[in-house]
Design a protein around this ligand. Sequence first.
Ligand SMILES: [Zn+2]
Length: 275
Amino acid sequence: MITLAQYKKMLTEFAQQGHVSRSISSTREQPAGGLFLKHDVECNIERAVEMAQIEADCGHVATFYFQADLLDTEAGKDAVRQIGKMGHEVAYHYDVLDENDGDFAKSEEQFDHYLSVFSAIGHNIRTVCPHGNPTKVRNGWRSNKDFFKNDTIRKKYPDIYDIVVDFDGRFPGGIYLSDAGYALRIIGDIGGNDASNASAMADGLPIEWSSLNSRLKENESMILSLHPHRFVASRAAALTRKVVFKVLKQAYRIAGKIPGVSKILNRYYSLARRV
Ligand SMILES: [Zn+2]
């Protein structure tokens, strides 16, 4: 975990070396390759705007995947507009299958609704990203990824691609790095690691922030998937957040083994996205 100031320093160095991030959807018109900054915005829209500004100041174009319910408020819509005006791609971090307990018809309805909400504020969605819920109990679907793996859904939205489900096809030879779990990791199988919550969480090889530079090569793709709400202003705050996360993770592991408790945790699964 790094601070916003450290992030700015890193982005400045990337740009000085000629590694400038472009939008995920630009790979529709141009071949993949180079750096892609990607963010899943789960909460804390102010922090997302702050990151967007830093990136724009350093000359990078990022892609912000917004949880759609953030657009239910005017403040959320304003943040989306601001980030779009800075030149970044606005995209959809969908949670429809988990939110509708695997019901495809309800999921489709909700997905359509939010596409129109994005569209009404000037952003036609071109790429999407599924949200992972580590505490969701599922029966009949593996994760939100199943939504865009479904043939009917795929045919219905030919102008949208999924950065996670379609990663191997769209970014051959590329690497996908994520700060899910508070440690930066290279994910081995981002599109298919969802056999269980445990397998999704276990997928990844740790990598130091300081070694990112040496991994960036002109013709290969590097997707850096980062959660804005996990970036803090100071190193002390970063350490505190990391400790809180570890304690919660351990508490969840213990609580999940007590009969009945996993059902309660499942009911409040969406709270986990704020951690
Ligand atoms: Zn997410």
